[in-house]
Design a binder for this molecule. Structure first.
Ligand SMILES: C[S@@+](CC[C@H](N)C(=O)[O-])C[C@H]1O[C@@H](n2cnc3c(N)ncnc32)[C@H](O)[C@@H]1O
Length: 336
């Protein structure tokens, strides 16, 4: 019984893909000014594998960090917290640097999953808050409260809950998610209210390292380099509530409005603009644009009013149907 539960639990580890250092460097370089004197928390990051942890160790002094905390989730063994306050020579071989930093850190076991049974662990099919290192566990929430900025790639399967917790605790963050998260009601409302926004290096495909046992169905989405397996994910987006320069870049508009080229949806006074490049410079009404416009959104230039598809809408009453033909998801926006 115990073994069956254990293998069930292992099968649950479907979010095991690790962000590459190059992607982290590309994004975090845009936020340097925000880190000085701050406590950074990577709460889905095993220090043995996480490039987020490694990035902050290597850049600890340059960024002027106060502290770096990391916790990670374990289903079948106890997990632990590390607190690093600098002080190692972080040059040279990566694995050696990681080990030096681990030794230099204050280490504390996370005890949640030991409170449940004699063996210490009682597995269920669903990861629960009481498992060691779960970002929702009381110990990890306490660490969150002591932190200033959370930076990680959290489990996509818990993205809504993850963001809700950050917002509830009023934390600054830079995290990775799926572009589809833009159209989750919860995420969309936060974007509409300018409480969160896309980061800088968005869209396109990114490659993530995966463990040897990880199953990848599609041939074109896997590769092996130097014996390391990678899995590609399209439509990846950074989400943040820290300001960055790209968010204030003005979209240059050049097209002129004409009713023939910009049809209206059947039951609302909203024009269809099928690519953000075609947003007419001289149209002041409401427009439906592809969801990926969020990546070009400058709150000084546009207002986001709602989100809609052919059957549903949030924020602004409109369904995206033209002449009976269903149009894909649209953000409903207006120039300011
Ligand atoms: C997409 S992976 C990214 C790992 C790492 N942050 C990185 O970018 O390389 C998400 C990680 O979250 C972990 N995870 C899954 N559920 C979790 C939970 N409830 N609490 C904390 N971590 C969790 C997974 O084990 C996995 O390692």
């Amino acid at each position: 019984m115990a073994n069956m539960s254990l293998s069930n639990a292992r099968r649950q580890k479907v979010d095991e893909f690790y962000t590459q250092l190059s992607d982290i460097e590309k994004e975090l370089g845009h936020y340097t000014k925000h880190f000085k004197g701050k406590v950074v928390f990577c709460n889905c990051d095993d220090p043995e594998t996480s490039n987020f942890w490694y990035y902050f160790i290597v850049n600890f002094e340059r960024l002027g960090l106060k502290k770096l905390i990391t916790t990670h989730f374990e289903l079948d063994k106890p997990s632990y917290m590390l607190e690093y306050e600098g002080g190692i020579d972080a040059r040279g071989d990566k694995q050696a640097v990681v080990q030096k930093a681990i030794i230099k850190s204050r280490k504390k076991p996370l005890k949640q999953n030991f409170e449940q049974g004699e063996q210490g662990v009682l597995f269920t099919n669903e990861p629960t808050r009481s498992m060691s290192g779960d970002f929702r566990s009381p110990e990890c929430i306490e660490l969150l409260q002591r932190s200033d900025i959370v930076v990680t790639n959290p489990p996509f399967s818990l993205f809504r809950e993850y963001v809700a917790q950050l917002i509830e605790h009023k934390k600054k963050f830079i995290i990775i998610g799926d572009v589809n998260a833009l159209s989750y009601k919860e995420t969309f409302l936060l974007i509409k209210e300018n409480k969160i926004w896309p980061g800088v290096d968005n869209g396109g495909t990114k490659w993530f390292q995966v463990p040897p046992h990880y199953e990848i169905q599609t041939e074109s989405r896997k590769k092996v380099e130097n014996g390391i397996r990678y899995f590609s994910k399209g439509s990846i987006m950074w989400f943040t509530n820290l300001d960055h320069a790209k968010r204030h870049e003005k979209l240059v508009l050049y097209k002129k409005y004409n009713p023939g080229e910009y049809p209206k949806y059947d039951n609302c006074d909203v024009i269809e603009v099928s690519t953000y490049k075609d947003i007419p410079v001289d149209y002041d009404g409401v427009m439906g644009v592809p969801i990926t416009f969020a990546d070009k959104y400058n709150p000084e230039q546009f207002e986001i009013l709602g989100i809609a598809n052919s059957a549903r809408w949030i924020g602004y009453k409109c369904c995206t149907i033209i002449g009976g033909k269903k149009i894909y998801n649209r953000l409903l926006i207006k120039k300011l």
